[in-house]
Design a binder for this molecule. Structure first.
Ligand code: ITT
Length: 205
């Protein structure tokens, strides 16, 4: 890319923005997020899966600002809860949900499961790049398998990180450094595919 390309990350979630920025900071891309714009109306995430929601977010923002847009729709699927909270991860405990109230609801829902091996879960991320003229340019999924712990541990990351123990570790996602999390996380895996796509398709930008 000779001139710096601008991409809007279609999210207000500061945790996501930090991780995406940290991952992509060495590419020659000017990254903006929805926190750089004022008076944006809320995008209703009413899709039935991560793919539909990420495409909806990317398309609306790309068409509004006429810029390339990257959208991440992600969440946590807990096997004992039949895959919930899933696409409802950010509002699991209701309208005014906070990360803390969502984690509390999740831990309560698993209270009867005393064996960590039965508390299996995975983070899922669907990542999409949308061009206002050309439509969908790229999409991929990333997954991270693990278990839901019994209490909150660690202060890094965001959302459900402090109760999620990734496979291969005996600590929570919130106890990993940014680089360690990006190496194994659902979003990190999707972003790795994305950087591969950018590097192979520089002519598109
Ligand atoms: P945007 O729609 O503005 O991107 P959001 O937080 O609503 O922000 P999602 O709809 O994709 O984003 O919901 C994702 C929720 O899933 C998020 O709020 C967290 O609770 C959880 N989540 C996703 N990725 C996570 C991660 O890496 N670590 C911890 N929790 C995560």
């Amino acid at each position: 890319m000779e001139n710096e390309t601008s991409i809007i990350i279609a999210t207000k979630n500061k945790g996501k923005v930090k991780e995406i920025w940290h991952f992509l900071k060495d590419l020659n891309i000017n990254l903006l997020s929805l926190n750089d714009f004022e008076n944006l109306s809320e995008i209703i995430e009413d899709g039935k899966n991560f793919k539909e929601n990420s495409i909806k977010k990317a398309k609306i923002i790309a068409e509004t600002f006429q810029k390339l847009t990257l959208a991440d729709d992600s969440g946590l699927e807990v096997d004992f809860l039949n895959g919930n909270p899933g696409v409802y991860s950010s509002r699991y405990s209701g309208e005014n949900a906070t990360d803390k109230s969502n984690r509390d609801k999740l831990l309560s829902g698993l209270a009867e499961i005393k064996d960590l091996n039965e508390r299996t879960a995975r983070f899922v991320c669907h990542l999409v790049l949308w061009d206002p003229q050309r439509g969908l340019l790229f999409e991929t999924d990333g997954f991270c398998e693990g278990w839901i712990g019994f209490e909150e541990t660690g202060s890094g990351g965001f959302g459900y990180d402090c109760i999620f123990i990734p496979k291969g570790f005996n600590k929570t996602m919130a106890q990993l450094s940014k680089d360690e999390k990006n190496e194994i996380s659902h979003r990190g895996k999707a972003l790795k595919d994305f950087t591969g796509f950018i590097n192979k398709n520089k002519f598109l930008f």
